[in-house]
Design a binder for this molecule. Sequence first.
Ligand code: GDP
Length: 425
Amino acid sequence: MVQAVVGANWGDEGKGKVTDMLADQSDIVVRFQGGANAGHTIINEYGRFSLHLLPSGVFHKQVINVIGPGVALNIEALEKELNGLKEQGVPQPQLLISDRCQVLMPYHVDFDRFEEERLGKQSFGSTKSGIAPFYSDKFAKVGIQVCQLYDEAILRERLAIALVKKNCLLEHLYHKPTIDLDEMVHIMMEYGARIKPYVADTTRFLMDADQKGKKILLEGQLGTLRDPDHGIYPYTTSSSPLAGFGCVGAGIPPTSLKKIFAVTKAYSSAVGAGPFVSEIHGDEAKKLRDRGGDRGEYGATTGRPRSVGWFDCVASRYGVMVQGATEVVLTNLDVLGYLDAIPVCVAYETDDGQVLNSFPSTPTLMHCKPVLETLPGWKCDIRGIKSYKDLPEECKAYVDFLERAVGAPIHMVSNGPRREDMLYR
Ligand code: GDP
């Protein structure tokens, strides 16, 4: 049976915690897209972790963790994460890397930085971890697959083709030093040797596991609104964070995907550029930002302050719909305990006074203002409460309201960052 944990919004919804929890009942956890550009925060018996590339099943001894072909594999970042786990006393996880996965090259990181510098104020808020140049190369068919690291002649030929273009851009567009072919071949072969013990035909492995009825969990990064097709293009990421793509990026038949958990926060947060209709500013924002998450709303990978705002019913309903969520997991409900009254964005209003209930494409979105409705706050700390029924009435009413708004059932509500802070409704 295959299930997926994905984000309903802009990312940072608390997916890492939910995956870590669900991994406990899984045989296999798979990362299917993205790379080391975003982070999942996980707090468990070993400590606090920011996972970027490793699947969140790495804390569970029985789980086989898979990096699927859809992922941007930054080998150095992967090794750093594996070492970090070891240093914090986590037993060596079981890990498989798809031989079809493509390698994020050192020059992808450089190109990301050079391009953001070139764009200046018009940049898209890249995390500068090489993701956009990586996926551009993948689809332009000048990328390098893991399996190509083990044949020097093929690697050299592939790199020679790629480097002609790269060096032309470096010299004439960015005015930076060019890349030496021999040196790059050497670096990549060394990287290949280091990850060799993990490399496998994960497509075959997952298909067989699925046939045998193993429990497989697909772990998404970012959220619906960062999808290159369905999100707020161009303020999107470069691979699809949708559960539907999970089957492709992992290598699983789409008919095997039975449950889709779309995670959303009880308020909104976004890191990076792009329209954000329910965003709040100034002191009001600072109060929410400093209370959000486990250490305030600051990016797990970049440390950048996240933009924050009220729960956005329009964006979340859309996010849940596009994910095809069978249920929604609501996180960070405890964060709102300081408010007397809680505004919720229930619709958008355009410049010409039109009221929108469905999420529009980016140019319209840029001109939308939030239509707010205010719900009563519960004015207390709900952390530590163990049973859903013991929540304050106002708090339960808030969850009921959100459930009606997003159009999918909410069975799990998170009232704190730790693994055990989860209420079942
Ligand atoms: P992800 O990328 O979707 O996994 O999300 P992040 O890890 O980037 O951000 C989620 C933040 O919320 C992290 O700081 C988590 O520790 C924190 N978190 C998750 N669930 C809860 C919760 O219910 N309450 C609080 N206060 N923090 C939570």
